[in-house]
Design a protein around this ligand. Structure first.
Ligand SMILES: CCCCCCCCCCCCCCCCCCCC(=O)SCCNC(=O)CCNC(=O)[C@H](O)C(C)(C)COP(=O)(O)OP(=O)(O)OC[C@H]1O[C@@H](n2cnc3c(N)ncnc32)[C@H](O)[C@@H]1OP(=O)(O)O
Ligand SMILES: NC(=O)C1=CN([C@@H]2O[C@H](COP(=O)(O)OP(=O)(O)OC[C@H]3O[C@@H](n4cnc5c(N)ncnc54)[C@H](OP(=O)(O)O)[C@@H]3O)[C@@H](O)[C@H]2O)C=CC1
Length: 429
């Protein structure tokens, strides 16, 4: 059987979300460890005054691509940006580009999504569900497609405590919701959102669950794999340790603690912190693409890409490691000495918010005002409180994911691929 790199040799790959955190790592890894891959078509939109070409050129200059650049200075020739706004009808891809893609794409990785926890439902539905549906329609027109890999989240079913590698019935029939929201005013949608999302904490997890269902419905026509990563953090080993480009999930919390701003947060010391490095997720994603294309499973295979069941780590241990690491390596321009604690007690947390967040912010802003400067500390704390308020749901409880398909996939790798997949194997075993 072909190795992973042999499989991708000569293949045309379509990637959505390539400018995002995970997408960039996927593009890098494909170019580095599958050097014979033919073309990577990236669906990109213009943004912040930059054309899609400028955005992709800037991305390729990033340090993340240093190793690829060393191996092959002309690697950019393999990258073809395709203009696409995923929230528009037919993904706003030109007819010429549709023609080009449908005639040559062999494998699709769908990473694009809105991952904001405070996204209005209509927009989250548009991007996470409707765009996925449209991409599946495009996939069906592709003459040489061998696999469709959808990136979901381990928390799509966070209303359950135990989560198997199956697609659960959706909270609502996606089509019915899409049809109803279409005519509703934004203010009405905002009012009914809490009732709709029910036990889920935000529109993100709700729409990701609906997207899985939409993907599953195409599984008789396409070969599909669904990857469900838990909390994706900085790279562990590849292309180098510690690469990250955002403050999502716990990363922002760690920095706020290191800067001495955050001193208290509600989390359960004994709950499993299901963190997974981005390179491990991407290695698994590429392996799943290979497996799906080669084995053509009859039903969509779901991979719970999680670590808690195999190598559990707890929020209490994280607090200890994060704090001792900042004590050894202090951050520059810290507000004060890092000294953050987590507590599961709501009242205790409120007390510390008052004493070690709001009161010092008030005093500091008073000092800024008196010295003729603009007050800013209370504004920073208000933003921090909003962010941690949205994260606490995930740090105050734990989940149990079955990850048999991930282990099955690892056991199918050739000895050669095992070396390339070293980080995945070590992290999940
Ligand atoms: C004692 C220390 C150790 C403590 C240990 C305990 C830690 C517990 C941490 C628990 C974390 C649990 C996280 C679980 C998440 C699981 C979810 C499932 C995973 C996924 O499937 S997807 C990834 C998850 N998605 C996110 O994380 C997105 C969450 N973010 C948002 O929804 C929005 O950013 C937010 C928080 C609503 C803020 O919106 P807004 O105010 O509009 O701000 P912007 O997003 O525009 O950002 C403005 C500015 O702020 C920076 N920023 C954003 N978030 C943070 C943050 N958390 N901390 C610090 N700074 C942050 C952002 O980069 C922007 O900067 P600019 O310079 O660009 O302006
Ligand atoms: N990060 C995490 O912890 C986890 C992420 N996931 C999943 O992984 C996937 C990738 O997440 P991540 O990389 O962190 O997310 P990012 O927010 O970093 O990236 C999102 C990507 O989607 C693209 N995108 C968003 N809106 C549009 C649009 N309207 N048209 C075209 N492209 C658009 C963005 O493009 P642009 O640059 O133009 O905005 C960007 O490339 C998502 O599906 C997410 O649900 C799952 C579990 C955990």
């Amino acid at each position: 059987m072909a190795s992973i790199a042999d499989y991708y040799a000569g293949k045309n790959v379509l990637i959505t979300g390539a400018t995002g955190f995970m997408g960039k790592v996927l593009v890098e890894k494909l170019l580095r460890s599958c050097p014979e891959v033919r073309t990577l078509y990236l669906l990109v939109r213009p943004k912040a005054g930059q054309s899609m070409q400028e955005r992709v050129s800037d991305m390729m200059k990033c340090k993340l691509f240093d190793r690829v650049r060393e191996d092959n200075p002309d690697f950019h020739q393999k990258i073809v940006p395709i203009s696409s706004e995923l929230t528009q009808p037919a993904l706003a891809i030109s007819p010429e580009d549709v023609e080009r893609l449908t005639s040559c794409v062999n494998i699709i990785f769908h990473c694009a999504a809105t991952i904001r926890f405070d996204e209005p439902l209509k927009h989250a539905l548009q991007l996470n569900v409707i765009a996925t549906q449209q991409l599946l329609s495009l996939a069906q027109q592709m003459h040489h497609l061998q696999a469709f890999i959808h990136i979901s989240t381990a928390y799509a079913n966070c209303n359950r405590r135990h989560i198997d590698e199956i697609i659960y019935p959706p909270p609502v029939e996606p089509k019915k919701l899409i049809d109803s929201l279409e005519w509703m005013e934004d203010s009405i949608v905002r009012d009914i959102t809490p009732r709709l999302i029910g036990e889920r904490p935000n529109t993100y997890t709700y729409t990701k669950a609906l997207a899985e269902c939409v993907v599953q419905r195409e599984s008789s026509k396409l070969s599909i794999g669904i990857i469900r990563p838990s909390i994706v953090g900085a790279s562990w080993q590849e292309p180098f340790p510690g690469w990250i480009d955002n403050f999502n999930g716990p990363s922002g919390v760690f920095i706020a603690a290191g800067k001495g701003i955050l001193r208290t947060m509600r989390a359960n010391n004994d709950a499993v912190a299901d963190l997974i490095p981005v390179d491990v997720v991407i290695n698994l994603t590429l392996a799943a693409g290979w497996y799906t294309a080669v084995h053509r499973p009859k039903a969509a295979l779901v991979y719970n890409c999680t670590t808690g069941g195999i190598n559990p780590f707890h929020w209490g241990e994280i607090e200890h490691h994060v704090m001792s690491s900042f004590k050894r390596n202090p951050l520059e321009q810290a507000f004060r000495r890092p000294n953050a604690n987590i507590t599961s007690n709501y009242l205790m947390n409120q007390y510390w918010i008052l004493v070690s967040h709001k009161f010092p912010a008030l005093i500091y802003d008073l000092y800024l005002r008196l010295s003729g400067q603009k007050p800013q500390m209370m504004r920073i704390f208000n933003r921090l409180h909003k962010a941690i308020g949205l994260l606490e749901y995930f740090s105050s409880q734990d989940w149990e994911w079955n990850s048999e398909n991930m282990s099955m996939l690892m056991s199918h790798l050739s000895p050669e691929d095992r070396k390339v997949q070293h980080s995945t194997l070590t992290c999940v075993s």
